[in-house]
Design a protein around this ligand. Sequence first.
Ligand code: HEC
Length: 162
Amino acid sequence: MTLKKWCAILATSAATMTSAIAQSDFPPSASAKQEAPRLVEVMSMAQLEHLKLWYAGKAKNWDLAAYELRQLTNSLAEAAIYYPAIPVSNVTTMKEPLLSIADAIAAGDERKFVASMRVLTEGCNACHSSMGRGFIAIAVPTSGQPPANQIFQPLKDRGSNR
Ligand code: HEC
């Protein structure tokens, strides 16, 4: 399955996401309790994947970038599956930038990769704002200290660096 197809399946709707996750290469043991991860766990993972995706793409390590994109798509799908209170529309708006990043990776197109990452990142923040979490401001990584893809200054002190 191509990366693009894979992303489309995951990102199209929360319903199809459920079956996609069930196809994970590493399913939990049968005896493991199917406890939902905390949403912040899923999101912290998404943050790390977003960070690695960026650096993999900047290094033109397209295999790694493709891998991180799949993990990130999976994390966003997990958030939607486990947390129905999150508006599905906020998740599905991530579909376009995810597919666009997949295209950029397939084409080895760094310029498109960077542009699509910015759109994706706006999607992260749009959902955070809509859910009363506007203070969790994600950015494409800067040269700052890790995690370099989050802005820690209060809103009032922020420049336009995201
Ligand atoms: C559809 C909605 C939605 C999208 C899209 C989304 N998030 Fe979140 N995110 C949330 C919510 C809701 C919380 C707050 C969870 C809580 O307070 O329990 C959150 C919290 C977080 C946190 C805080 C975790 C912590 O403990 O510090 C980080 C980091 C984060 N998101 C990263 C991201 C990144 C990176 C993306 C984009 C790749 C993203 N999020 C996209 C809804 C979303």
